[in-house]
Design a protein around this ligand. Structure first.
Ligand SMILES: [Fe+2]
Length: 288
């Protein structure tokens, strides 16, 4: 596998991958995700249980504990929503949480790449249909100057959620494009979350915790991945066909209800459909 990073060209058939002028990693371009060696999570203390969490927007269903934020404050807003705005790089460590979670901080720093947002997510149990409804792309590269590295995200699962999966779709409305990556404790996955629609289906009884870090693509991240037996395709985690059908139906009904509610308020009913243009105006979709 060639490991020399390169400047990306536009990839045919996927308008999300407008990466012209950005440095990308060949290993990430194969499928858009890479699973690397698992981490021995069971040997570490459960630092995430002591972190300070903040609510994401108003939903209350998902909370984040920031380890690095735009300017070091205890908050999780996109870096571009600050003054001055910045791209998802050069995150400033949040002292209070870093002091609580030195091991998680060390893991986030391990690849040696530029770190943007870094936080632990607390995700409450959900259904497959709710996860499909939550499918979204991240806006990782807003304000990212061309000529620099494309920003991707690493997901280090902390709790042992073997029945939970990271759902990826290149086309959010096409189940045949779906990848389901199981998330047991210690799972380490790097994903181009601006190109993939993604959300986690977490059917457990307890919240799921995962360390999520934005990294700039470059030789440091490339070497970290290469040293950990990267796999750019996996056997899809199985799903019952009835569960899949019910999920599609639930997600569609929720989309229609949302569109109707927005239309009734005179707002753009496309809002929340996952399109980058609309997300750019208003971002409310759940993070995963
Ligand atoms: Fe996301």
């Amino acid at each position: 596998m060639e490991r020399v990073w390169r400047t990306c060209c536009r990839m045919e058939g996927n308008d999300a991958m407008e990466k012209d002028g950005y440095r990308v990693l060949p290993v990430m371009e194969e499928t858009g995700y890479v699973v690397v060696d698992s981490y021995d999570q069971a040997s570490d203390p459960r630092e995430w249980e002591d972190l300070v969490y903040v609510d994401w927007k108003s939903s209350g269903d998902t909370r984040f504990a920031p380890l690095a934020s735009a300017y070091g404050d205890m908050e999780c807003n996109g870096f571009w929503n600050h003054t001055p705005p910045k791209t998802d790089k050069d995150g400033v460590w949040v002292t209070e949480n870093v002091d609580i979670a030195p091991i998680l901080t060390r893991r986030a720093l391990e690849p040696g790449a530029n770190v943007g947002r870094c936080r632990v997510i607390e995700l409450r149990p959900n259904t497959y249909g709710e996860a499909l409804y939550n499918l979204h792309r991240d806006d990782n590269n807003r304000l990212n100057p061309e000529g620099t590295g494309w920003i991707v995200r690493a997901f280090f699962n902390l709790t042992d959620d073997s029945a939970s999966v990271m759902i990826l779709r290149s086309d959010k409305d096409d189940p045949t494009t779906e990848v389901r990556i199981p998330m047991p404790a210690g799972q380490q996955v790097v994903i181009d979350t601006q190109s993939f629609y993604h959300a986690v289906w977490h059917p457990g009884n307890e919240p799921r915790y995962c360390l999520i870090t934005s990294y700039e693509s470059g030789p440091e991240l490339d070497e970290w991945i290469a040293a950990r037996h990267p796999r750019t395709s996996i056997d899809n985690h199985p799903i019952d066909e009835h569960v899949a059908a019910e999920g599609e139906a639930l997600a569609e009904s929720k989309r229609q209800a949302r569109a109707a509610a927005l239309a009734a308020k005179g707002e753009d009913p496309r809002f929340g459909d996952g399109s980058m243009a609309v997300q750019g105006e208003k971002e409310v979709l759940s993070e995963a």
